[in-house]
Structures are given as C-alpha cells and as structure tokens.
Design a protein around this ligand. Structure first.
Ligand SMILES: [Zn+2]
Length: 107
C-alpha cells in the first residue's frame, strides 16, 4: 500500500510511514480511536439506571458496544449504569418476593 501523506510505498502491516512518519489510515480496519467525546447513550443509560432499571440496562449495554466500536469515552459510566440497573432489577424482584412472602404469612 501507499502512504496517504507522501505517497511512498510502504509495508502493508506498517502503522506509521517510515518515510515521513505520518500515521497510516486503514479504512477497512475498525480501530478504536481515543475520542474526546463522551458517549451520549452512556450518560442517558447512567441516569436512566436510577429511574427505569430496564431502560437503563439496555442503554448501558448499547453504550458499551458503541464505546468499544467508536473509542468514545463513557465505558466506565456505561459499566456503572449497567451495574446500577442490575442491582435495581434484582432489588425490585427481592422487594416483590418479600412482599409476597409477607402476604402469604399473614393470610
Ligand atoms: Zn509517508
């Protein structure tokens, strides 16, 4: 392949052009690039995890996938949102379970 910057022929596996030092662009290879932007879905998922657990969980899982693919920031936030959502769902089931047991004992 050829360098996009100086046009000299370079090794296919090269990441940086040995002639001019420019980083080689590979369009067919999806490589995570560190982005300054925080993934919006990660923020939404994190907030939702406190309000609607199921929606927060779905958003957080999707946000994690997007962060991996795009290299955006927010992986930690998405992971936190996912954990909080799971705790929320498990907690809700636990409360429901205790409520049913309490009802059964009283009857
Ligand atoms: Zn070059």
């Amino acid at each position: 392949m050829y360098c996009n910057n100086c046009g000299s022929q370079i090794d296919d596996r090269a990441v940086v052009c040995p002639k001019c030092g420019a980083s080689v662009q590979r369009n067919n290879l999806i490589k995570p690039v560190q982005s300054e932007n925080t993934n919006t879905l990660a923020i939404v998922g994190f907030i939702l995890s406190f309000i609607v657990s199921i929606a927060g969980l779905i958003c957080s899982i999707m946000a994690r996938k997007q962060c991996r693919e795009t290299g955006e920031r927010g992986m930690g936030l998405a992971t936190a949102g996912m954990i909080i959502s799971i705790i929320g769902i498990v907690g809700a089931f636990l409360v429901m379970f205790i409520y049913v047991i309490a009802l059964a004992v009283m009857l």
